[in-house]
Design a protein around this ligand. Structure first.
Ligand SMILES: C[S@@+](CC[C@H](N)C(=O)[O-])C[C@H]1O[C@@H](n2cnc3c(N)ncnc32)[C@H](O)[C@@H]1O
Length: 371
């Protein structure tokens, strides 16, 4: 294949479409890291070869989706063509070992990976790879997100369910002290309001129902009732003052304990036994996203030239939570540059590696529209 490579004028800071660098990766990266611009740096080559040239401890966050095993042939071959899935897992793990080296100690690695059938059996590729990374490379797995694609693609099978999910794993290098900005990804809380002079939380909690339950309780002592009323008034005052966005009250013999009724297992159950009530407080900045994401795959990036771009939305939580503003995001299999596009939109720098000049040209075009 003819290489669509523009040798770099990469050190200049003035905005210009991202160039594709095919040699001298170290120098290109070093110059790029000093630049103020958020235009992506595009490195063409085999991911392993390119990563080996990049300096250790230099990337804030990596996010990628490698080629599926045995499903599709990308231009220039590359990962995914191995005859045995064990070789595929091993090859990917070797590359991710290099990702670990270039990642800062407080960095994060988000890995989107799909599964494959072989002889009618689901191989279990995502978890095989996840265990390889945790067990042999010491990565710490913080989340396994289910990406629910909501609708499945073409599926003519008549003897199994349609596949609509893929995994997104969140790995870190150290158990504590990794960068994570939970406030950046919280959904905006709905606000409390005042109705007839009384504070009513976003979900309609005014305290009236809880007060009646406490009053009528035959399970609480008089002293416990007094404490419960006092606690409830304080909670309503906190809602009014915006210290919490909402709350739920669990009262003995009225509501079930939220975790487990077994006092051996649950501290909450003990609190219920000893005090007669407890509260669940909702964070004033809103709630965190869960580990199931409903995101419909986009089809805007030219499927005639590339088969598996992931949606920009998939990259937003990982980048906002795990890369500080101005930090560098890496995608070692960047394809059409979705990760880089998202990073650019969110004011982060980004480095994309791909073996294919054609896909990088696509990335160039896509990211140029943002400059
Ligand atoms: C699933 S696609 C990535 C899609 C990307 N997330 C996007 O939104 O466009 C995987 C990419 O890995 C690239 N690739 C395959 N083997 C590679 C290798 N050894 N080194 C670098 N890139 C490789 C392919 O060219 C392809 O673009």
């Amino acid at each position: 294949m003819a290489r669509s490579v523009l040798e770099a004028e990469h050190s200049q800071a003035a905005p210009c479409p991202p160039s594709v660098i095919a040699t001298g990766y170290y120098r290109a990266f070093r110059d790029y890291a000093r630049e103020r611009t958020c235009r992506p740096l595009l490195l063409q080559g085999d991911a392993m070869m390119v990563l080996k040239e990049l300096p250790a401890d230099s990337i804030d966050c990596a996010m990628t989706s490698p080629p599926y095993w045995g499903k599709r042939e990308y231009e220039n071959g590359g990962i995914g063509l191995e005859a045995d899935y064990r070789d595929y897992v091993r090859d990917l793990a070797t590359i991710f070992g290099e990702v670990k080296r270039v990642l800062k100690t407080e960095g994060s690695f988000w890995l989107n990976i799909g599964d494959t059938y072989e002889n009618k059996g689901l191989v279990g590729i995502p978890w095989r790879l996840a265990f390889e990374l945790t067990d042999t490379q010491g990565w710490i797995l913080r989340n396994s997100v289910i990406w629910n694609k909501v609708k499945s693609g073409m599926d003519n099978t008549k003897d199994r369910l349609g596949n609509v999910h893929e995994n997104i794993f969140h790995f870190v290098k150290q158990a504590k002290g990794y960068y994570y900005n939970a406030d950046a990804i919280r959904s905006k809380p709905r606000e409390a309001k005042v109705v007839n002079g009384a504070v009513v939380s976003a979900t309609g909690v005014s305290g009236v129902r809880y007060k009646r339950q406490i009053e009528l309780s035959t399970d609480l002592s008089e002293a416990e009732k007094r404490e419960a009323f006092r606690g409830l008034d304080m909670m309503l005052a906190d809602v009014g003052a915006g210290k919490i966005s909402d709350f739920r009250m669990i009262i003995r013999a009225q509501q079930r304990a939220t975790h487990s009724d077994s006092e051996k297992l649950s501290g909450r159950a003990k609190e219920l036994r000893d005090k007669g009530f407890y509260f669940l407080r909702y964070h004033p900045n809103g709630s965190k996203p869960s580990d199931v994401w409903d995101i419909i795959p986009e089809d805007t990036q030219g499927r005639e030239s590339h088969f598996a771009p992931y949606p920009v939305d998939l990259c937003c939580i990982p980048i906002l939570a795990a890369c500080p503003e101005g930090g560098i995001v890496l995608d070692p299999f960047c394809g059409t540059g979705t990760t880089l596009f998202a990073a650019r939109n969110l004011n982060r720098k980004s480095v994309g590696i791909d073996i294919s000049g054609q896909y990088l040209a696509h990335t160039q075009e896509r990211c140029a529209s943002l400059l």
